[in-house]
Each structure stands twice: as C-alpha cells, then as structure tokens.
Write a protein that binds this ligand. Structure first.
Ligand code: ADP
Length: 259
C-alpha cells in the first residue's frame, strides 16, 4: 500500500530502479526453481538404478555361500556405499520437495509409543547398540506422518550411534506435557560445541570434517529432521555438553484419537 503510493509519486529513475529490482528478483527465483528442479530430477534418476544395483548386491550376498572373504568384503562395502548414496539421494529429493512446497505429509493419528518401539527395535538390529525407551505415559497420541517421523527418529538415533562410544547406551524418552508430546534422543557421546549448536540444522553443515569424515554422512540428516518435524507442526532443539553427550528434543502437538 504505502510503498506503492510512494512509487506512484516517485521520480522516473526510482521507478526504473524498482522495475529492475523486480526483474532481478523474478530471474533469481526462476533460477532457484531451476536448480531445485535439477537437483530433484538428478536425484530421482540416480536413485532408481542405484536401488537396482543395491538389490542385486544384496541377493548375491544372500545366495552365494562360496565367496572368498575378500569377495565377501568387497561386495559388502559396495552394498553399504550404495545404501549410503541412496539415503543421500532420498534426502536431496525430500529437501527439494520441501523447498518447492511439494512435500506432502500424510498426517494420521497414531500412538507415539508404538512408533518409537518399532524404530528402536529396527535400530537395535542394525546398530547392535543398547537402545532403551523410557516413557512416562502408556499411550501418547499424535497426528503425524508415520513414515516421516520414523525417518526423523532414525536420523537422530543414527547420529547418537555415530557420535558415541559403542559401550554407551542411547535412551529415548517419551512424555506428554499438556497438549505437547515430547520425544528426546539422548546419547553419552562426544557432544557438540556450544557455538556450533545453532548451525548443525543447516544443510551440509558438519561440525568438524576431520572428526565427522569417518562417520560418512553428508550433513543433511538434521536438516531433514527439522524440515519434517516443522512440517508436522513441531519443533526440534538440542542441548549438549562436550564429552558428556547430547539430547535432541522433539515436540509434537498431541491429539486425542477420539477427536
Ligand atoms: P551428518 O551426516 O554429518 O551426521 P547431520 O545433519 O545429521 O549430518 O549432523 C550434522 C553435524 O552435527 C554432524 O556432522 C555432527 O558433527 C553433529 N552431530 C549431530 N548429531 C550429533 C550427536 N548426537 N553427537 C555429536 N554430534 C552430533
């Protein structure tokens, strides 16, 4: 309103300038859109063949029992790398979708305790770690995208596994405060320096390449967590102390299944 009024009475140079800015802005957003589209297409195109490669590797590993240890190891490494890349592509796809507003969350009512139990039993199997659930409420009801929330918790547990010693436990705490469901993922690992804590949710951000390289991530896990959780109307925060451990807290709006 007021800006337009000002522009209407502005000298022609200012009007020209405003027009130029408008044009620049629309070109910029066009090229952003193209970049998003590009990332999304490439991710999609790569994911399909890689999934096939991964499937074949898995089936050879399952069926061939006459492999030499060297062959076995080579195939296992190939399968792991394929898996890691598939996950990266999935993350890039999800972020590109979220950016363009095409990330559709299918929210449905569910019991949080069941979802957490399912995720924990999965994570225990593939990590071989001690993962405990501490819950103050029998059944906390939330309306969320089941698979996306599973992904969120798996990302957080993956990190807890990666950034703590194998003999330390990982604890998932569940409780409800009023209209809020709270999930905490706690580890007793290396911790995150205070000055980095606000940046770890950024895309491709990793605290320390030297420290983090061996854990083989891309710095996308937490930006996925944030995107999904906020998409479900929740929040995610971190509290951490060096050499003591980290606690990631997710809050989600609780609901009643009877509603
Ligand atoms: P990455 O793939 O590098 O793990 P994330 O986005 O999941 O990417 O995490 C970003 C960075 O935050 C990590 O590189 C790591 O430095 C730090 N970080 C995340 N979770 C933990 C944790 N539980 N303990 C210590 N550091 C963590």
């Amino acid at each position: 309103g007021q800006a337009q009024l000002y522009l209407d009475n502005a000298p022609s140079e200012v009007k020209e300038l405003a027009k130029t800015f408008d044009m620049m802005l629309s070109r910029l957003s066009q090229s952003w859109e193209q970049e998003r589209q590009f990332v999304s297409n490439v991710s999609h195109e790569l994911r399909t063949p890689l999934t096939i490669v991964h499937g074949y590797l898995q089936s050879v590993l399952r069926r061939q029992n006459n492999l030499t240890p060297t062959q076995q190891e080579a195939l296992e490494t190939a399968a792991l790398e394929a898996e890691r890349t598939i996950r990266l592509l999935q993350h890039l796809l999800d972020l590109a979708r979220a950016d363009s507003g095409y990330l559709h969350l299918h929210k449905e009512p569910c019991v949080l305790n069941d979802l957490v139990a399912e995720v924990v039993s999965m994570a225990k199997k593939y990590s071989g770690r001690t993962i405990k659930i501490e819950s103050t409420t029998q059944s906390i009801e939330v309306k969320i995208d089941y698979n996306r929330l599973k992904q969120v918790l798996l990302n957080l547990i993956d990190n807890a596994v990666k950034y703590s010693e194998a003999d330390t436990p990982i604890i998932l705490k569940l409780n409800q405060q009023g209209q809020e469901a709270i999930i905490q993922v706690c580890d007793q690992g290396c911790g995150i320096p205070l000055q980095e804590q606000s940046r770890i949710f950024e895309r491709f951000y990793r605290v320390d390449e030297a420290r983090d390289r061996s854990t083989g991530g891309y710095g996308l896990g937490l930006s996925i967590v944030k995107t999904f959780v906020e998409g479900m109307g929740g929040t995610v925060t971190v509290r951490s102390r060096m050499d003591q451990g980290s606690v990631f807290t997710i809050t989600l709006p609780a609901c009643s299944l009877l509603e």
